[in-house]
Ligand binder design. Structure first.
Ligand code: FES
Length: 175
């Protein structure tokens, strides 16, 4: 019967379309899988790398520093450059209690730690709060071009009851 033929043709047509859809879906899935794998393989050749900040750097000439605390390098290198009657030294801006960064309070001539209230004088010596010792100092020397070269990987400490390293060669510049 002609009616039946049309109906059968319709059914064939539908299943053909369904088959095509399934094929497209399968191809799309395979393509997505291969693309993801390609990018994962590519990522392998570009590993995440941590770029540590430099530990040794120049901060300028001794004549660039007047008496007192210079905070210009706090943000970039987490240090303060201090000049007193004896010379120039560099304080590591790390609180010796739990490692916060103290603030230099010019009006009170002291460093004050915002975390638990430790206070340090202008040379970084602790006098209030829970800090157990003065802030550490970084190695300083004059580079061949006459600039001050700081190396924060070489640290001088002054713990209570132990020899203080603040007079050692390299802990300050006698300029
Ligand atoms: S970290 Fe500075 S007082 Fe605690």
């Amino acid at each position: 019967m002609p009616v039946r033929k049309v109906s059968r043709a319709n059914t064939d047509d539908k299943s053909e379309r369904r088959l095509i859809r399934r094929r497209k879906f399968a191809f799309a899935s395979i393509f997505a899988f291969l693309t993801a794998n390609f990018f994962m393989t590519l990522r392998f050749f570009f590993p995440r790398t941590l770029f540590e900040p430099k530990t040794s750097f120049k901060v300028g000439y001794p004549t660039d520093f007047g008496f007192g605390v210079d905070t210009r390098f706090q943000q970039k290198y987490r240090i303060w450059v201090v000049r007193n009657a004896e010379g120039i030294f560099v304080i590591s801006a790390i609180c010796t209690h739990l490692g916060c960064t103290p603030d230099w309070v010019e009006s009170e001539q002291k460093f004050k730690c915002p975390c638990h209230g430790s206070g340090y004088d202008s040379e970084g010596r602790n006098f209030e709060g829970p800090a157990p010792r003065p802030m550490d100092r970084a190695h300083v020397e004059l580079a061949p071009d006459g600039q001050i070269l700081v190396d924060v990987s070489r640290i001088y400490k002054c713990p209570p009851g132990a020899p203080c390293e603040f007079r050692e060669d390299g802990s300050y510049l006698p300029v």
